[in-house]
Design a protein around this ligand. Structure first.
Ligand SMILES: Nc1ncnc2c1ncn2[C@@H]1O[C@H](COP(=O)(O)OP(=O)(O)OP(=O)(O)O)[C@@H](O)[C@H]1O
Ligand SMILES: [Mg+2]
Length: 359
């Protein structure tokens, strides 16, 4: 679209460094680095939540365009504030209270089992713990407690909201999690739910983004529970892991939609052209060091498979290093193709690590 892009990233060898028209290195919490980026840009957007909000607010008040607004970021950075906002808007969600992990009586009053979440700084399941008994170790720091939802399926709806409030959404997708690591292993698009459930998921997701006042692409994470209720989990106000499949399977990718939205251009079509399965490529356990990719040719030889390697120079076990998307007319075939490609590929660090270190 011939848009000139400047990027701020903490790593000198960040994957985007080679692609950006201008690249600034610096921490996302550094006021000067943030100011450099924002002052160089007509519109500034972000695709990570851990940014210094005070700096963004100052720049916004000085007249710079930052979308979604720093207020949106302030809400999603604090899981308690986010829950309160959804509750205030009348959106369905798990029961919750503010929680000080030192406070035993709070836990007893709330009841077990419960889910502890730290208010700030968690991602990819870090900062989330299921508490099953009162003696169990907790994560330190200000937190909230949530009802442990009896989840049938985790859904995500990508909601795109323009500057004028126009909203379009993609079909709900299913996010499949590794129960031990709490990390999303693969995404199925579209989710195998009926038309009424699809409408309800989209309705709730759009209402949540409206309540937040976001502009751009939002990944709205939802739970479908065993009683067929749709509950809001959380919103990522940015292109989302659950939307990577849109590059191959939809008329407009989530990335293009995000640019259209924050630049005030007409939003694109969210139509799905094929069923898709997306698998995250995580750094293999037992290794670390410079990134090594094995099985590339075998994976690419499979029909319907696209490979995205992010170009991260060092590989840590469990780190998201890339993803595979497979498309097909039939969702089952898409999953089989993606799984075959994932089985053919290993992304790992160059050096073997001692088992004891890994444990
Ligand atoms: N109230 C709950 N009841 C049951 N399971 C939950 C609950 N809250 C979270 N989980 C599980 O933990 C996962 C991670 O929770 P959450 O999305 O809040 O954390 P996160 O660290 O921000 O995750 P991510 O960065 O992967 O989106 C959820 O996707 C879900 O599998
Ligand atoms: Mg989440």
């Amino acid at each position: 679209m011939d848009i000139t892009v400047a990027v701020l990233d903490p790593a000198v060898d960040a994957p985007c460094a080679a692609l950006a028209d201008r690249f600034i290195t610096g921490p996302l919490t550094d006021a000067d680095a943030i100011a450099q980026l924002v002052e160089a840009s007509r519109v500034t957007t972000y695709e990570i939540e851990h940014i210094d909000v005070a700096s963004l607010r100052r720049l916004n008040e000085a007249g710079h365009h930052i979308l979604p607004s720093p207020d949106v970021l302030a809400v999603v950075q604090d899981k308690l504030v986010q829950r309160e906002l959804f509750a205030h808007a009348g959106l369905p969600g798990p029961r919750f209270v503010a929680f000080d992990p030192e406070d035993h009586s709070c836990l007893t009053r709330f009841g077990l089992p419960a889910v502890q979440k730290v208010r700030r700084g968690g991602y990819d399941g870090r900062g989330v713990a299921i508490l099953r008994d009162a003696e169990q170790e907790r994560i330190p720091g200000p937190s909230l407690l949530e009802e442990l939802v009896d989840i049938r399926t985790e859904l995500a709806v990508l909601v795109v909201r323009g500057i004028d409030g126009t909203t379009v959404s993609y079909d709900p997708v299913e996010m499949v999690f590794d129960p031990a690591a709490n990390i999303c292993t693969h995404v199925l698009a579209p989710a195998e739910i009926d038309a009424a459930m699809t409408r309800e998921a989209v309705r709730v997701a759009e209402a949540a983004v409206e309540a937040l006042g976001g502009v751009g692409v939002h990944g709205v994470e939802l739970f479908l529970d065993s009683r067929d209720r749709i509950l809001v989990n959380e919103i990522a106000p940015r292109p989302h892991n659950s939307g990577h499949y849109t590059i191959e399977a939809c008329v407009t990718s989530q990335f293009e939609q995000h640019l259209r939205a924050v630049l005030g251009l007409p939003l694109g079509s969210c139509e799905t052209l094929a069923a898709a399965a997306m698998i995250n490529l995580l750094g293999a356990h037992g290794y670390r060091g410079a990134t090594v990719v094995e099985g590339l040719e075998r994976a690419l030889a499979l029909s319907g498979v696209s490979l995205h390697l992010y170009g991260k120079r060092t590989c840590v076990a469990g780190r998201k290093m890339g993803h595979i998307t497979a498309v097909a007319a039939d969702p089952t075939v898409a999953v089989e193709r993606a799984q075959a490609a994932a089985a053919a590929l290993i992304v790992r660090g160059e050096d073997r690590v001692e088992r004891t270190v890994e444990a």
